[in-house]
Design a protein around this ligand. Structure first.
Ligand code: PLP
Length: 833
């Protein structure tokens, strides 16, 4: 992970912070990037790499590689020989603990923003959920930053904190511990002003002598908080909170005590909803939450308690609560195969969450009349011995009326082999379960799937699920980031980039891309029309947005949503100006498009003088950038035309600036231009197809981001001589096994791929198409694939042997058209990490 820190850290500052003499010194570029994962290297000259030894690998192993790539500042626990021999001059900070050093740097960064309100969240369960809840609710009206995913460890917390920026008003950070003495370090890093405690459960107890000891350790996060927030109905929690923070303000929620900050007057679960009647600040509120899970409701109550102080208006608005994002939900319910219902709860696996999930299972199964079945792995880290733990589990299973238990793992199997009144099957491992026939025999049941991470129940879940959308486009967001960094490395350091996410992100989905690119601090995003831009703003994208084809009709939307229009004609300019004047808008940024030879849209050289004059007298609009587009950057023989366009563009800019009176930023390059003509980088660059994993000049360095796949719907044995498909265009010359795939030209699998022109990948074999591709289906020859089965995956493109470019070639087009042609009914699935 790479963290951009602003303001930068000077060498001197780091030296003092880390209290280490510098053995060898070279230059003193201030540090702007803190790097712990060598793969994320972005900007070598101002990066500080912190070599951290972890269970999964040692950062010290990458020193050589990073040094070769130009990094000159390092935090290490021991110096490599090359440094002692004087071969690698640079700034080497030798410290006893590199994690400690990372924490000290983060803590210094945090201290730069004394005005920032930081909310430190801890507790046994629900930290991530509470964080996400608060974020979803506060983010529309505040500048909020939050720790990514569940970055709550000794390394994750400082990395999160390094992401704080001067414009942030609120930081929401979670802190988790597994060992005594860890929390004090995290407190120094987070320096929370508000402390929030979710709940006390059994997770990670093995390293602590008692529940109280563990709680005391957690509460060390709160010692300097001016406000703490928690549920007051647990007497142990309430007592220790008073001891920890005797002078701070206590915001509590309670089902019993009407004097609590938030008093739960009434609570009723109906179907998948929970109705709450609450009293806070002397007023009564009614809220409906879109879920029934008891644990999740309690997480909401903690969040509500804080909000009653921070943003009380939110309690009176039912809207935001009704639309809470289900992503963060702990219990996922889904239809499974064979009439089963699946409840997936792999978020945590401990006693508390088990009883919540079993409660949910019972209610669900009672409502639908299905058999309640529990699939459970060994429970780890409870701090109890096996006998005590599993007798507790057994009594839960009985009291919640589970009909059948599938137990996976040595421990649970040895303790719960026999349970009166419950049908039990045991398996030593997940593999043993998967290779038995048990899963395929479960019918008409409601299955709760709950397993510790190590047991990887994802595969079990997949096996039991109906794959609703069998044809999917998988998007690897990590590869998008890789590609962004690749093009950044071809441009001068810190060169601003506009990422083109028009046409719904070249077909891959504009919102997910925008979110990822915003996280990686891309300066600008560009879409085609105002509605696309508005949708991104509504979903929380704050990056500068350029609208490439604005319409006058949408001028109000542009101004109200800070969507910066491209302006390519006097008519558009006049129209925008009139609207701006009517709305009282001043200095609104616009982007001037110059036609330097593409002959699509844009002003000509002859327009420049008048354009500059009109704009210089225009207080409503201000030219942010001037740009033009290359027509031949991707062609080997296009160089002369590119130089010509560059010259003409430069002349246009100068002519414009003469009458305009100021100098807007200039940009010319698209992806092919960045690859071939970095000398024309000017002030910015516009990155399109390269982001999506295609290098238009064939120089490589990019990773594919999209993988298009489906599954086999049916397999048929056919005799030689039989015909296949419309018009009987497929004729079999041998006895064949033919697979039917649910993908056709309406999905973007072109008819040009018919009759053997293309082959898809099944079980590592290329299988040619047979007959014509139909609207919703196609047939492929799987005669030579051993063991082929219904449900097997067929890769349409996106693996090494079958790149997107190949499909484009067969269709006699460019990858742009293939990607944007994948229809919207194909589900997009996004992957990070
Ligand atoms: C689409 C577009 C780009 C990006 O082009 P790529 O070839 O995909 O890099 C750049 N500039 C303008 C004006 C565009 O419309």
């Amino acid at each position: 992970m790479d963290r951009l820190v602003t303001p930068a850290f000077a060498t001197e500052e780091l030296r003092e912070l880390l209290q280490t003499p510098l053995p060898v010194q070279e230059g003193s570029t201030p540090i702007r990037h803190i790097l712990t994962d060598s793969r994320s290297l972005l900007s070598p000259h101002d990066t500080l790499f912190i070599a951290i030894p972890t269970d999964s690998g040692d950062g010290h192993r990458y020193l050589q590689q990073l040094y070769a790539r130009g990094v000159r500042s390092f935090v290490v626990e021991h110096l490599p020989e090359q440094v002692t021999r004087g071969e690698w001059p640079g700034n080497w900070y030798v410290v006893p603990s590199s994690v400690g050093a990372l924490q000290r740097i983060a803590s210094a960064h945090r201290a730069r923003f004394p005005q920032l309100v930081s909310i430190g969240i801890t507790g046994s369960n629900g930290k991530t959920i509470v964080k996400e809840l608060l974020y979803q609710l506060l983010e529309p009206t505040r500048a909020v930053m939050r720790s990514p995913r569940s970055y709550n460890s000794q390394i994750g917390v400082p990395l999160s904190v390094l992401g704080i920026e001067a414009t942030d008003e609120l930081a929401i950070l979670e802190a988790g511990i597994s060992q005594p003495h860890e929390m004090a370090a995290l407190r120094e890093v987070i320096q929370p002003s508000i402390g929030l405690f979710t709940c006390l459960g059994g997770a990670h107890q093995e390293n602590f002598p008692s529940l109280e000891a563990k709680l005391r350790e957690k509460l060390l996060l709160f010692t300097d908080c001016h406000t703490i927030v928690y549920g007051a109905d647990d007497p142990l929690v309430a007592r220790l909170m008073r001891e920890t923070c005797p002078r701070g303000e206590h915001l509590t929620w309670s089902r019993r005590d009407p004097a609590a900050t938030l008093y739960v007057v009434q609570e009723e679960t109906r179907g998948d909803e929970t109705n709450l009647q609450l009293r806070a600040l002397g007023k009564d509120y009614q809220l409906t939450l879109p879920f029934a899970d008891a644990g999740y409701v309690e997480d909401c109550l903690v969040a509500l308690t804080l909000l009653s102080r921070l943003a009380p208006e939110l309690l009176g608005q039912p809207e935001p609560w009704a639309h809470l994002h289900p992503v963060a939900m702990r219990l996922e319910v889904k239809d499974g195969l064979a009439g089963n219902t699946l409840i997936n709860d792999s978020y945590s696996c401990d006693l508390r969450s088990l009883s919540i999930a079993l409660d949910f299972l019972r209610r669900r199964a009672t409502a639908t009349g299905e058999r309640p079945v529990l699939l459970l792995s060994d429970i780890e880290g409870s701090g109890l011995d096996d006998r005590a733990l599993y007798s507790e589990v057994a009594s839960l299973i009985r009291s919640y009326g589970v009909a059948e238990l599938l137990a996976v793992g040595e421990h649970i199997s040895s303790q719960l082999g026999v349970l009166e009144g419950v049908r039990v099957m045991t398996f030593p491992t997940t593999e043993a379960l998967l290779s038995s026939r048990v899963l395929s025999q479960i019918q008409g049941s409601c299955l709760l799937i709950k397993g510790a991470r190590r047991f990887a129940f994802e595969e079990v879940y997949r096996r039991l699920s109906i794959q609703e959308h069998q044809t999917v486009l998988d998007i690897d967001l990590q590869a998008v980031v890789h590609n962004l960094n690749h093009y950044r490395s071809l441009l001068p350091p810190e060169h601003p980039i506009i990422c083109m996410i028009k046409a719904d992100g070249y077909g891959t989905g504009a919102f997910e891309l925008a979110r990822t690119l915003q996280e990686h601090r891309v300066e600008y995003l560009a879409v085609a029309v105002a509605d696309e831009g508005k949708e991104l703003r509504d979903k929380g994208i704050r990056t500068h947005l350029v609208i490439m084809n604005p319409e006058l009709r949408s001028a109000e939307t542009l101004f109200s949503h800070r969507l910066e229009p491209e302006v390519y004609s006097f008519q558009l300019l006049e129209g925008l100006r009139a609207k701006a004047r009517a709305l009282g808008v001043r200095d609104f940024p616009i982007h001037i498009k110059v036609d330097s030879g593409m002959h699509r849209l844009g002003f000509d050289y002859a327009d420049m003088e008048r354009l500059g004059r009109e704009l210089s007298a225009c207080s409503e609009l201000r030219v942010s950038t001037v740009f033009s587009h290359l027509a031949t950057a991707d062609e080997e023989s296009g160089a002369d035309y590119v130089h010509h366009q560059y010259e003409l563009f430069a002349q246009c800019c100068e002519a414009l600036e003469r009458t305009l009176g100021y100098r807007p930023r200039r940009h010319l390059l698209n992806t092919a231009g960045i690859e071939r003509y970095p000398q024309y980088a000017l002030d910015m660059a516009r990155l399109g197809i390269g982001l999506y994993g295609f290098s238009p000049t064939g120089r490589g360095g990019v990773e594919p981001i999209a993988r298009f796949s489906t599954v086999i719907l049916q397999v048929k044995e056919l005799r030689a001589g039989e015909y296949i498909g419309y018009g009987c265009r497929g004729h079999l010359s041998r006895d064949s096994r033919i697979a039917v795939l649910p993908v056709g030209y309406a999905d973007g699998f072109s008819r040009r791929l018919s009759r053997g022109a293309y082959a898809v990948m099944i079980r590592g074999h290329l299988c040619p198409t047979v007959g014509n591709v139909c609207m919703d289906a196609c047939m492929v020859d799987v005669t030579d694939v051993p063991g082929v089965l219904v449900g097997d995956e067929a890769i349409l493109f996106g693996c090494a042997a079958l790149p997107l470019e190949h499909m484009a070639e067969v269709c006699d087009t460019i990858p742009y058209e293939i990607l944007t042609g994948i229809s919207s009914r194909v589900q997009r699935r996004y992957w990070r990490e």
